[in-house]
Design a protein around this ligand. Structure first.
Ligand SMILES: Nc1ncnc2c1ncn2[C@@H]1O[C@H](COP(=O)(O)OP(=O)(O)OP(=O)(O)O)[C@@H](O)[C@H]1O
Ligand SMILES: [Mg+2]
Length: 263
């Protein structure tokens, strides 16, 4: 099969309800994501220089690294928003190098981009109503969202851009949950927020992961995310320089990019 004919993700996609398949010759379940020598860049400048990565299904996978390491580029490539220039992305058993963002979204992938992943000029309610193209009725989506995130119910008529940074990120999380994702990519949820708020948001992320959603969380500051992650990698200048259990990664981090880990 050519890569283009494989571009449309499987009907079950990355959803946790999919039957756990086993990769040929391996003992464990198939990884939700496998990157081999993944390369990408901007124009002639390569930014990701051959990323090899295996993300198991379930749990929180932390991607750490300093400014300019290529973390956001990696997430954009995974979401189909930026082209792959070399290597392969295999998602839930399918090569998706050239999959379109909407195909990936339909198969269960959701990206919360860097900054606030909300429509700043729309109210909370309107932000939630924009998700209805995925099938559920607006009232249902709102009801489920407010039950899970009661703080958003209080703010339902408020324009998202006027909410606090933490509330906006909570809305971004709520919108992503409403799309019923199997694989959730989050780019620096903590940006510009106080540690207390970051902890509250990551507790919500941990709850989302407990429902079976695999989360890949990019963070520049390590402490909070390593406390809830099941595994972690560190990327510096477009290469994976460290991978392992959160404790192992944490103990070696300061030597890699001292100064960036003290949050
Ligand atoms: N649109 C673009 N055009 C050209 N170069 C870009 C573009 N976006 C990013 N880059 C470059 O690619 C490299 C990786 O950027 P990227 O945003 O992926 O890093 P990052 O790890 O997310 O950094 P940060 O922690 O600051 O968000 C940087 O050198 C950046 O300047
Ligand atoms: Mg970034």
């Amino acid at each position: 099969m050519t890569s283009s004919s494989m571009a449309t993700a499987s009907p079950n996609g990355v959803h946790p309800t999919a039957e756990p398949e086993r990769a040929a010759g391996t003992a464990g379940p198939e990884p939700i994501l496998q990157l081999s020598d993944l390369r990408a860049g901007y124009g002639a400048i390569e930014v990701l220089h051959g990323i090899d990565l295996m993300v198991p299904a379930g749990g929180i996978f932390a991607v750490l690294g300093p400014n300019g390491a290529g973390k956001s580029t990696l997430l954009k490539v995974l979401a189909g928003l930026h082209p792959v220039s070399g290597g392969t992305i295999v998602m839930a058993g399918r090569e998706v190098n050239r999959a379109r963002p909407d195909d990936l979204a339909r198969s269960g992938l959701c990206l919360i981009p860097e900054g606030r992943g909300v429509f700043a000029n729309l109210t909370v309610e309107e932000n939630l109503r924009l998700i209805t193209h995925l099938g559920a009725r607006p009232a249902e989506i709102e009801e489920r969202t407010y039950a899970r995130f009661p703080q958003l119910a209080v703010r339902r008529k408020q324009v998202a851009g006027t909410m606090s940074g933490g509330e906006q990120q909570m809305l971004a999380l709520a919108r992503s949950v409403a799309t019923d994702p199997g694989l959730l990519l989050i780019d620096e949820l903590s940006m510009g927020l106080a540690p207390r708020i970051v902890e509250m948001l990551y507790e919500l992320v941990a709850e989302i992961a407990r429902t079976g959603v695999t989360v890949i969380a990019v963070e520049q500051f390590a402490r909070t995310i390593l406390g809830i992650a099941s595994s972690a990698v560190v990327i510096t200048t477009g290469r994976v320089v460290l991978a392992g259990l959160p404790d192992e990664v944490e103990s070696k981090l300061s030597g890699l990019y001292l100064g960036n880990v003290a949050d």
